[in-house]
Design a protein around this ligand. Structure first.
Ligand code: NAI
Ligand SMILES: C[N+](C)(C)CC(=O)CC(=O)[O-]
Length: 489
């Protein structure tokens, strides 16, 4: 087992709480330092929401959750930490003071800042070790949205950028390295333009907060989340693509379509206008309720992207694959005279039914995971299928013996009861610790997929299957094997 990694989160507000949840749910220990006496309560509230949302994006077991602690000093928080995410309020003098204390306590530690707009050079000025301070700007909610804008200065050696990128990847984020230092990076420069336009429209009485939100969520907001700006406009150019789009809409750059050159005056009147309309639009919900609604919408959206291996969905798949490799490494790799450990699984949020238990179809899925890994082991994995042969299930009997609930970790073991060149009969136990929660007995036939009929397996596949069957031949017939539905014991 690899040693648990530790991150220190300095500042436990909206963003620090989100980072804490992402690190913890990815198996890191987290120490938070925040002088606010309410910080612990707030972080735990964010964490409860994150526990409902982030695991719902995963199709492989989550790593065991890391330990959360609240440090009484910054030195205590950063002790033994591999990485610090600074998330204190957006005031440069405060951030610099924090870096001085952190670097005094742990001079070599890598510090990523959540700043929404300060350049790395500005944050580094006057620091004892400027090379180790870099921007890692996230988007809210940090535990669901993968983007982290990694922005360094010439004072950051390439290894610091690379280490930051690696930490972000290790917690399932998409690190976007910004190639030139600019205020507010890419995301906020863009959002600021949209924000300014929206404030003008409010101030000029053109639209309400609700109407502006509807314009986004009923239309272009849905496009941006899956294709961004340029890919969307490329399609808007029709078959002639981007060039036609530019020819048609380029002249609009000179038309009065935007007020971006001006900034509305930021005064109490503007604040009241925005805040009152926002209360009228969304005040019926508490912030935590809105967060949960937002999270569940994002989970559905992200899962759709994951299904299609597109955009942010690609990042989710890659993160699953990296974690799956850890669990695959803990499965058996050869014959053994006891049931083979073939799959590690976790009851994830999407697996639960209205009774609060693992839903029926997931028992079949748990068997498939176990048998599919077994097929890979005997050389009948995806390459074999692509070459035209596969094992098809012909008969399956599931017995439900115990309960599996949200978060439970399950292991699938497989025993071969009988096998020949054309078929095998397997007996899978779905285990929760020492308890058998289900058994799945199955007959699989080896099939020529083009012919659609059972044929002998390739000699090398049969040799591996036979070796396992022979090694397990001395095992007693499992209790329950061969039972009919409803049969008395
Ligand atoms: N709220 C947002 O949407 C986003 C904010 N950010 C950035 O994240 C950072 C934090 O912002 P939020 O979480 O929104 O603010 P926040 O106001 O929710 O939290 C800031 C926290 O810092 C704590 N703090 C103040 N002085 C401290 C000190 N000396 N040591 C430790 N903690 C201290 C405060 O008690 C507070 O809990 C800012 O740099 C902000 O620009 C980045 C992305 C999005
Ligand atoms: C409003 N904001 C500048 C703090 C926003 C961000 O920095 C990113 C986000 O989550 O939109």
């Amino acid at each position: 087992m690899a040693a648990t990694r530790k991150a220190a989160i300095i500042g436990g507000g909206v963003i620090g709480g989100g980072w804490a949840a992402r690190f913890l749910l990815n198996g890191w220990d987290v120490a938070v330092f925040d002088p606010d006496p309410e910080a612990e309560r707030k972080i735990n509230a964010v964490l409860s929401n994150a526990r409902l949302a982030l695991p719902a994006l995963s199709d492989v077991p989550m790593p065991p959750e890391g330990k959360l602690s609240f440090a009484s000093t910054m030195g205590e928080a950063v002790e033994g930490a591999e990485y610090v995410q600074e998330s204190v309020s957006e005031r440069i003098e405060l951030k610099k003071k924090v870096y001085a204390q952190l670097q005094q306590a742990n001079p070599g530690v890598l510090i990523g800042s959540s700043t929404s707009g300060f350049k790395a050079s500005d944050l580094q000025d006057g620091a004892a070790n400027p090379a180790n301070i870099i921007v890692a700007h996230p988007f809210n909610p940090v535990y669901l949205l993968p983007l982290s804008e990694v922005s360094g200065s010439p004072r950051n050696p390439p290894e610091v950028v690379e280490r930051t990128v690696q930490v972000m990847k290790d917690i399932g984020m998409f690190p976007l390295v910004i190639r030139a230092e600019i205020d507010a990076f890419i995301g906020n420069r863009f959002l600021e333009a949209v924000w300014r336009e929206a404030l003008w429209m409010l101030k000029d009485g053109i639209a309400t907060t609700e109407e502006i939100d509807e314009a986004i969520r009923m239309g272009f907001g849905l496009r941006w989340g899956q294709m961004g700006l340029f890919e969307t406009y490329r399609i808007a150019g029709g078959e002639a693509g981007m060039r036609h789009f530019m020819a048609q809409f380029g002249p609009a750059l000179k038309w009065p379509w935007t007020k971006l050159m001006d900034v509305p005056e930021f005064n109490d009147e503007l604040v009241e206008l925005v805040a009152n309309q926002s209360d009228a639009e969304s005040g019926a919900y508490s912030i935590r309720e809105l967060e949960r609604i937002r999270d569940q919408n994002l989970v559905g959206f992200l899962r759709a992207l994951k299904e299609r291996n597109w955009g942010a969905g690609k990042v989710l798949r890659a993160h699953d694959e990296a974690r799956a490799a850890v669990f695959h490494a803990a499965t058996d790799t050869g014959p053994k005279s006891e049931p083979l450990v073939m799959a590690h699984m976790q009851v994830l949020p999407g697996w639960i039914d209205y009774n609060g238990h693992m839903t029926e179809s997931r028992y079949y899925f748990a068997n498939s995971e176990t048998v599919d890994n077994f097929l890979r082991l005997i050389g009948a994995g995806m390459d074999y299928v692509a070459a035209g042969h596969s094992y098809y299930s012909a008969e399956t009997h599931i017995r439900h013996l115990g309960e599996a609930k949200l978060g439970d970790r399950l292991v699938g073991t497989l025993q071969i009861i009988s096998a020949d060149e054309k078929r095998f009969r397997s007996f899978v136990r779905i285990m929760k610790g020492d308890e058998v929660v289900a058994t799945v007995e199955q007959l699989c036939l080896h099939v020529d997929m083009a012919e659609g009929k059972a044929v002998p397996a390739a000699p090398e596949v049969w040799a591996k299957l036979k070796a396992i069957a022979e090694t397990q031949a001395g095992l007693p017939l499992p209790e329950g094997a061969g039972r009919a539905v409803g049969q008395k014991k």
